[in-house]
Design a protein around this ligand. Sequence first.
Ligand code: LMR
Length: 331
Amino acid sequence: LAACGGDDADKGSSDSGDQYTAEKPLVIKFSHVTSIESVKGKAADEFARLVDEKTEGRVKVEVYPSSSLYGDNDELDALVSGNVHMIAPSVTKMVKIDPRWQYVDMPFLFENDEHVQAFFKSEVAQTILNSDQLAANDIKGISFWGNGFKHFSNNKHPLVKVGDFKGLKFRAQAGKVLESQFHALDAGSATIAFGETYAALQQGTVDGQENTFNNFDTQKYQEVQKYLSTTAHGRLDYAIFVNKTFWESIPSDLLGSVEEALAEATELANQLAADENEKSFENIKNSGTVEVYEMSQEERDALKEALQPVYDEFGETITKELIEGIQALKK
Ligand code: LMR
């Protein structure tokens, strides 16, 4: 961790970062699991570029993409211990700290991208981002970065009706809510780290998965999945989390620039998401290897009804405040 001593410790950051120069910069390690071509990868790299520009090289963001430093199984622990300073996980992976982050997995909770963006700016989103559970783990939540709606894919047959899911096994990101989602469809699931999912699909450890078009495309799942249905049944979105002690030790003259860069990168991430997912959807359709089934509203309604038990089982855990707060923001 950077110096955070003496009288300044109580006040948070010290005023001057004179000791940091372009030759000897303050290093912020930012670890994530997706490719540099993904929505998150592009926004993370832009954040690094903006920090460099705004601090004239006195702060250097080292971005470690594609689970190259830490993967799903250890990046959160690395953040808590300060071995990495910043992560941007799919929020459901925060379940280890606070089960409410699985709000994102509640089936058909969000109507469209506008609804999600309204949530990001809402008080209810700030409540979870500033929760005591995060602070107790020396984590500070800063902002939300959107990705997109998830869609189911698999290798056995087209997924059109609810019955088509029966007996298939899917890769899940984390947590009991997703397990319950697959259970409600009479399917099985296994929690597999993002970095190991391509191999699991290739080797047949699982038959299918759910992800955004952009993650599907930038992980080249076209090579290992045959059928994709546009179910848009759940969301995959991110939040930026930093190690609180580290963050508060950044001298305030530099912190201002870093926070400005982060606000700009956040805006970029949220602008990029829809476009990149749209482009990736075209890539998948043009791949020639994946049969894409575009679901009708009636078919999606049937899926929504079949997934209702997830609300019965997890409504209380996610909390009424969060679920109803999100529903009230529908555009
Ligand atoms: C996944 O595990 O499928 C995603 O959370 C990966 C990501 O970070 O987008």
